[in-house]
Design a protein around this ligand. Structure first.
Ligand code: GUN
Length: 287
């Protein structure tokens, strides 16, 4: 039987620490960490994510600034808004919710965010720093997964870790963070041959595929740790991950549920990055 890794519990304790640190920043420097979230268009899932980010800001005592642009807003309008926020001293973090409408190029938008306010860690400067292992911000989902793995006390060094998915947001940085901790890392994707076999060699399996029931028991080694980054809906419209939980859970040593696993951690790490951005500003202005 796999032990459940509760993202809710790990999140709650990290958010309590963030709240304390934020209070200290206000007491010592008179600074309240501020996060600006920009949503373009009416994507229903994005609207929920943005609302949850705002709620999290309130919970830890941050200032949340919300900007909603309509679906037809131009790329120039969005870049202008980012330019204004880059200069705004009350804003320490800027997040543009993805995906963006087709007429807006996400990389151009990301490149416009000041790297010091890039709390998603998507800017090429921050991506490069992560590659070098010398960074201020980590991308939120992979950083959240690392916290979940560490919460179990299981050693990462020397383990075979398999990451399924090669996105810039999850798969690639996830592999890099595991590599920094001395894991032997394999990245799998849609063209990988013998996927089940490769996965079955994993001591720690991280799935970021986006398909319900994708990970079945035959793909999981007895005693492996299984981290499910998927956010899907099953045949009945119920939220589920990539992992076929009922068959995989008995084989796993540890497993994350969906919901209540990686999801809450992503927003918690966003709060952590926003706090860090505000702290860095204090230390810079104190110099
Ligand atoms: N859309 C889905 N995940 C993310 C994320 O981590 N950051 C942003 N900005 N948009 C997203």
């Amino acid at each position: 039987m796999g032990k459940l890794i509760s993202g809710k519990e790990v999140s709650t304790s990290i958010r309590a620490k963030i709240k304390e640190e934020a209070q200290k920043l206000r007491d010592d420097y008179g600074i309240q960490p501020g996060l600006a979230v920009i949503l373009v268009g009416n994507d229903p899932a994005s609207q929920i994510y943005v609302r949850n980010k705002q709620k999290a800001c309130e919970e830890v005592g941050f200032h949340a600034f919300e900007y909603r642009l309509n679906e037809n807003s131009t790329q120039e309008q969005l870049l202008d808004l980012i330019g204004v926020l880059n200069k705004d001293n009350k804003v320490h973090g800027i997040l543009v919710q993805l995906p963006l409408p087709d007429h807006i190029d996400p990389q151009t938008v990301i490149n416009t965010i000041s790297p010091e306010k890039d709390v998603d860690a998507f800017h090429p400067i921050n991506v490069g720093k992560i590659m070098l292992g010398d960074y201020e911000f980590l991308p939120c989902t992979p950083a959240g997964v690392m916290e979940l793995i560490d919460s179990t006390g299981v050693e990462i060094s020397g383990k075979n870790c398999v990451v399924i998915g090669r996105s810039n947001i999850v798969g690639k940085p996830m592999a890099m963070l595991l590599l920094h901790r001395n894991a032997t890392v394999t990245i799998c994707h849609s063209r990988t041959k013998n996927l089940a076999e490769v996965c079955a060699g994993a001591d720690i399996l991280v799935s970021a595929v986006g398909k319900a029931h994708f990970i079945t028991a035959d793909m999981v080694k007895e005693g492996a740790m299984v981290i499910d980054v998927g956010m899907n809906h099953d045949e009945n419209g119920k939220l589920c991950g990539d992992v076929e939980f009922s068959t995989v859970e008995p084989r796993a040593s540890y497993i994350t549920p969906v919901p209540g696993g990686v999801g809450p951690m992503t927003i918690t790490m966003l709060m952590k990055n926003t706090l860090r951005a505000a702290e860095l500003k204090c230390t810079k202005s104190a110099k």
